[in-house]
Design a protein around this ligand. Structure first.
Ligand SMILES: [Zn+2]
Ligand SMILES: [Zn+2]
Length: 446
């Protein structure tokens, strides 16, 4: 496509968007209000000063804020699929968040392959830009058909968690560790196959590209192939050697796809089927996953909505999502962060579905903390530590309950705190006394 053509297309697209804005129907207006409110209710850091006083008139204030914001009507840009150097992306979590900010993204889900290791760094970076992070992960799984329906094939499942992360974090992490171990073995198997094809790629080369401690993936092997001059580009590395079932393809330790979906449901996440258009035989997979509790599937891409998959999502009553699957490769064929135009109604449906799931997860994390060991207050959230949190400086705390409330106000919005009935849990902790000013608390019964 020539530049002129593309410009015309873009103009047309923009005009279409403008027209659409004018014709926003009641459902869209309501959805955009709710989404805006959620996006800007960004935990205590943005509203900590009002967190204790706004409870009585909170609703009205919120509503006025929404009204004000709608006059300046900026759509909230969501990016629900992205990778960092913690898996096979090219940008660190910090650089990814900066790039997202430059691209106008307000809500960013970091969904590295089989790891949530990049989330704390992303959260830290996101504070600077007022971006909200959805902690996520993209799990490598395998579909194994029973009977004659479908063929065995790899499937990627996205998980989206609340700001506190997964409930039963250890259970999830244990599975992810197994998969990551499998990725090391798998990369070695791929190299063996390449070596047999007289392509001498060394393990050290792949490990260096992947980076310290990062579980290698196909993309890392592909980069080694390009760097060593065996292929011209990444695409060729895949189309010649590394595609599913290809001459240098190897299987890892993937979970069964149904088990992954059940695991996500058990740990308080929203489960979404990633890029179903890459599947050879999507229908039996979608059918089986729906029965296992799948919530959503990707149907939107930067080039628009895929009608066939949108119809499938409707048929199986799945939420319709999408994201750029940004890796930061820098090629012309890569979609930019935030380039997927998710309709506000789809985003609203996602948040509506996620809310009770996330609230349940937060409640169970808080309760298990309160019941088991109040001394571990700093571990309530796996992703934020008390230590780095400025909110706590110069604050005299008298009891565990105070500490709990303060701690929560730094990362739960007022709305979330109401929804998870924080007050009841706080009461359970009021017997905990803080021994000295600072972060050290001891459990002393009054
Ligand atoms: Zn994927
Ligand atoms: Zn991905």
């Amino acid at each position: 496509m020539g530049d002129g053509n593309r410009r015309n297309m873009n103009k047309k697209k923009k005009n279409r968007r403008k027209k659409k804005k004018k014709m926003m129907n009641a459902e869209e207006t309501f959805a955009s209000k709710c989404v805006w409110k959620w996006a800007n209710n960004n935990g205590g850091l943005l509203n900590s000063s009002s967190s204790s006083s706004s409870s009585s008139s909170g609703e009205d204030e919120d509503f006025n804020d929404v009204q004000k914001s709608l006059r300046v009507a900026e759509p909230v840009v969501f990016e629900l699929h992205s990778h960092s150097t913690r898996s096979d992306g090219f940008l660190s979590p910090t650089a990814l968040v900066e790039r997202a900010h430059r691209s106008g993204v307000k809500i960013l889900a970091l969904t590295d392959h089989d790891t949530m290791a990049g989330i704390p760094e992303a959260l830290e970076a996101a504070r600077k830009f007022g971006i909200r992070i959805i902690p996520g992960v993209e799990i490598s799984t395998m579909f194994s058909p029973r009977g004659n329906s479908g063929t065995e094939e790899p499937v990627h499942i996205l998980a989206y968690y609340s700001s506190c992360g997964p409930a039963k974090f250890e259970e999830l992490e244990e599975c992810l560790v197994k998969i990551r171990d499998g990725r090391f073995r798998r990369a070695k198997d791929m190299l063996l196959k390449l070596n047999k094809l007289k392509i001498p790629i060394k393990w050290e080369h792949v490990a260096r590209i992947a980076g310290n401690g990062v579980a290698p993936g196909r993309l890392h092997v592909a980069r080694a192939l390009v760097e060593a001059g065996h292929v011209e580009n990444l695409r060729q590395a895949f189309s010649k050697y590394l595609y599913d079932g290809g001459p240098a393809y190897a299987k890892g330790n993937e979970l069964l796809v149904e088990e992954a979906v059940q695991l996500i449901c058990r740990t308080g996440g929203v489960a979404a089927l990633a890029h179903p258009w890459a599947l050879k035989n999507p229908i039996p997979i979608i059918r089986s996953l729906k029965a296992s509790g799948l919530h959503a599937m990707e149907v939107y891409r930067s080039d628009g909505r895929l009608a066939a998959f949108s119809d499938l999502a409707d048929a199986y009553e799945l939420l319709k999502l999408g994201g750029s699957d940004f890796h930061g490769r820098g090629g012309h064929d890569e979609s930019e962060l935030g380039s997927v135009n998710l309709p506000v109604v789809a985003v609203h449906e996602f948040l509506t579905r996620a809310r009770p799931i996330w609230c349940d997860a937060i409640r169970s994390i808080l309760l298990s903390f309160a019941e088991e060991d109040p001394n571990k207050v700093s571990e309530i959230s796996k992703f934020k530590s008390l230590k780095g949190d400025m909110t706590f400086e110069n604050t005299v705390l008298n009891e565990g309950g105070d500490m709990f409330t303060l701690h929560l106000s730094s990362w739960l919005s007022n709305e979330e705190r109401k929804a998870v009935e924080v007050e009841a849990i706080r009461l359970k902790l009021s017997h905990t006394v803080i021994s000295e000013r600072g972060f050290h608390i001891t459990a002393v019964s009054k």
